[in-house]
Write a protein that binds this ligand. Structure first.
Ligand SMILES: *[C@@H]1O[C@H](CO)[C@@H](O)[C@H](O)[C@H]1NC(C)=O
Length: 357
């Protein structure tokens, strides 16, 4: 059997049909200490969330991404300085963008980032977001006082990495999940949570829920899909136990609209989550071929959710900056996702502490 056929076969039989929640449940979660992760556009989104909400978010795992604010609101920089030509990156202009957001109080004070943690992964063979992007992020986070674990030595193409599922390590293509005999979900989360996580058990299919994401946006400009997903470990259901929150962001071409639940169920995060009482939120983008221009269902890391991105005279190659609002706490996507997190954590019992502490 060919590898491609094998993958298709696996993907088909493992499709999980999650039951639907009309409303997110009020779990017993302390938002202080939330962590985020993501690949590619989701990697950039993870960095943006971490920097925008650093008084709550204390860890990020950034797979195949680059520095926060890399595009400064210009789509042209997304495809050049932030993906294919990182050697040309104007680092000073990126630093200025973050400084401006900080001075204008559009993001939590960057001093909160001191002592926070970030795991940075760049595949040796990544031809989509070149590995130097990860090094630029490392430099940026080092200046901000973030503690880092960097992984640059795995011969991976552009993908989320597993030890049990996906294409061969240096393959480039859908579902952008590659098997490099490396458990990225466990290694990254274990670093973010202080090296004390239990090895993953098998995630439980019925603990994955679909929820109505339409409650979280009022404008099509937000470019969110009608449904999002949440994995609620058995111990966390009903707010029984104090649990932690992790938010994961898919990459372009990986949303449920495109892959069904394959990305959510196969990257391995739910296995780690089940064993360690971590609730995992999987927000989902929608794709749009015209406006806001987002044909692959990417997260907004160049400003497509801003109206001024419409001033683009030539469509794809936008030579006008959309501004920096999409990077801020008021950015349409960041605001919607943080509202989901707040709703999930609304059963926080202040009297109860995490078991591990
Ligand atoms: C949640 O509860 C904890 C105590 O377990 C408390 O320290 C924390 O401030 C609360 N978090 C929020 C966001 O209110």
């Amino acid at each position: 059997m060919g590898k491609r056929f094998m993958l298709f076969y696996l993907a088909t039989i493992l499709l999980v049909n999650a039951s639907v929640l009309q409303k997110l449940p009020n779990l017993n979660i302390d938002l202080v200490g939330t962590t985020v992760s993501g690949i590619s556009s989701g990697a950039y989104m993870s960095g943006q969330m971490h920097v925008a909400l650093s008084s709550f978010i204390k860890g990020s795992a950034i797979v195949a991404g680059g520095p926060v604010g890399c595009t400064r609101g210009y789509l042209i920089y997304a495809t050049t300085e932030c993906m294919a030509n990182p050697q040309d990156l104007n680092i000073q202009s990126v630093d200025e963008a973050i400084d401006k957001l900080n001075k204008d109080k559009k993001i939590d004070d960057v001093s909160n980032l001191k002592g926070a943690k970030s795991y940075i992964f760049a595949g040796l063979k990544d031809t989509v977001v070149l590995p130097l992007g990860g090094v630029h992020l490392q430099d940026q986070f080092t200046k901000l006082g973030v503690q880092l674990k960097t992984v640059y030595d795995i011969p991976a193409e552009h993908a989320y990495i597993t030890n049990n599922f996906g294409n061969v390590c240096d393959f480039k293509g859908s579902p952008y999940i590659n098997n490099c005999n490396y458990n990225q979900a466990y290694e990254s989360l274990n670093y973010l949570y202080g090296g004390k996580l239990k090895a993953g058990t098998k995630a439980i299919d019925s603990n994955l829920f679909e929820f109505n994401q339409q409650n979280y946006f009022s404008s099509f400009m937000t470019s969110l899909y009608s449904s999002g997903y949440v994995y609620i470990p058995t111990n966390c259901a009903g707010g029984k136990k104090k649990c932690r929150l992790h938010i994961n962001f898919h990459g372009c071409k990986q949303s449920v609209e495109i892959l069904g639940t394959n990305y959510i169920t196969m990257i391995g995060i739910n296995d780690v989550a089940e064993a360690n009482d971590i609730v995992v939120l999987y927000p989902q983008t929608s794709k749009n071929p015209i406006f806001p221009y987002n044909p692959e269902g990417c997260w907004d890391w160049w400003g497509y959710t801003e109206w001024n991105s419409m001033l683009a005279p030539t469509g794809y190659y936008n030579f006008n900056s959309a501004g920096l609002n999409f990077l801020s706490k008021e950015g349409l996507q960041i605001k919607s996702i943080w509202q989901m997190a707040q709703d999930l954590a609304s059963g926080n019992k202040t009297s109860q502490k995490l078991e591990q502490e």
